[in-house]
Design a protein around this ligand. Structure first.
Ligand SMILES: Nc1ncnc2c1ncn2[C@@H]1O[C@H](COP(=O)(O)OP(=O)(O)O)[C@@H](O)[C@H]1O
Ligand SMILES: O=C(O)C1=C[C@@H](OP(=O)(O)O)[C@@H](O)[C@H](O)C1
Ligand SMILES: [Mg+2]
Length: 173
């Protein structure tokens, strides 16, 4: 029976950072779908986008999600665009708890200034990123638990997730 916590949210909301910490608190395994993609393709994300394109990246992302969503007692950090695909959503939501790390767009911008690791931010204007943000928000809002990240440390956010999922977590022990 899958019993995973899935972190979703816009780029730089802290899915990877908070997910890793949350997994240590729970003594569960941590999986980052972007990390799994990089391992499978043996290439960093910017190189995958540059050499093979976004469509290829999404195809590999989908394969990885099909695999990890069936795991058990794992904290799964997704990439910010993973929830756009309806099959990904069906797999991530099935028997798992999905948590939205909700970040203001201004904070995304501050956190990623000078960071070249996210091709969709690097190659886009602020207006384009804002459009992506608004397009994705209704899908993030489908999460079981919404956590505002602004002004909180990764540890505080991880604690808030533990508190919010307390009853469900009892059934996963
Ligand atoms: N709660 C937080 N407060 C301040 N900085 C954070 C917080 N969470 C993450 N960060 C920083 O923001 C950046 C993006 O975090 P990351 O975990 O990679 O986000 P995501 O996986 O959602 O893209 C990193 O530099 C990370 O250290
Ligand atoms: O939002 C997106 O479409 C993407 C988010 C990235 O992950 P993070 O959300 O961890 O930055 C990574 O999957 C890729 O660059 C595409
Ligand atoms: Mg990440």
């Amino acid at each position: 029976m899958p019993c995973n916590i899935v972190l979703i949210g816009f780029m730089a909301s802290g899915k990877t950072t908070v997910g890793r910490l949350l997994a240590t608190y729970l003594t569960w395994e941590f999986v980052d779908t972007d990390g799994e993609i990089e391992k499978l393709v043996s290439s960093p994300i910017p190189a995958i986008f540059a050499q093979k394109g976004e469509a290829y990246f999404r195809q590999v992302e989908k394969e990885i999600i099909a695999r990890v969503a069936m795991a058990s007692r794992k904290v799964i950090a997704t990439g910010g665009g993973a929830i756009l695909d309806p099959e990904n959503r069906a797999r991530l939501w099935a028997d798992n708890k999905v948590v939205w790390l909700k970040i203001p767009l201004d904070t995304v911008w501050q956190r990623t200034a000078g960071d070249d690791s996210r091709p969709l931010l690097k190659g886009s204007t602020r207006e384009q990123v804002e459009a992506l943000f608004k397009q994705r928000e209704p899908y993030y809002a489908l999460a079981h638990l919404h956590v505002e990240v602004e002004g909180k440390s990764p540890g505080q956010i991880a604690q808030e997730i533990l508190e919010g999922l307390k009853v469900w977590l009892e059934s996963c022990r």
